[in-house]
Design a protein around this ligand. Structure first.
Ligand code: FES
Length: 105
């Protein structure tokens, strides 16, 4: 068995949509954020085996802190406001391994 992880980093970005008034990431721009994250990871040549995978996820159960994403294996949680925040997460954390402290939750 190969112990090397298939992906160096795995991003789960919540795109959950909920009815009934409780906060959800979909209401806060998660769809656009997911598209931006995937595009930027690909544009920087970070995607694929041995590198980074970006997946949409269902509710990560931190809705009131949202919109949320989490990066593994570090287990670093982020919230974001703008697409530029997503760019910073990609450029700093995914490309260079540096946590973006200002967006950490
Ligand atoms: S809806 Fe995104 S964390 Fe719950």
């Amino acid at each position: 068995m190969n112990d090397t992880p298939y992906y160096e980093r795995h991003v789960f970005l919540c795109t959950n949509e909920r009815e009934g008034g409780r906060a959800c990431c979909s209401q806060l721009g998660a769809g656009d954020a997911l598209a931006r994250c995937k595009e930027r990871v690909k544009a920087l040549g970070l995607s694929g085996s041995g590198q980074t995978r970006v997946n949409s996820s269902g509710c990560l159960d931190r809705c009131e802190m949202g919109p949320t994403l989490v990066v593994y294996p570090e287990g670093t949680w982020y919230s974001y406001v703008s697409l530029e925040d997503i760019d910073d997460i990609v450029d700093q954390h995914l490309a260079r391994g540096e946590v973006v402290e200002r967006l950490r939750i």
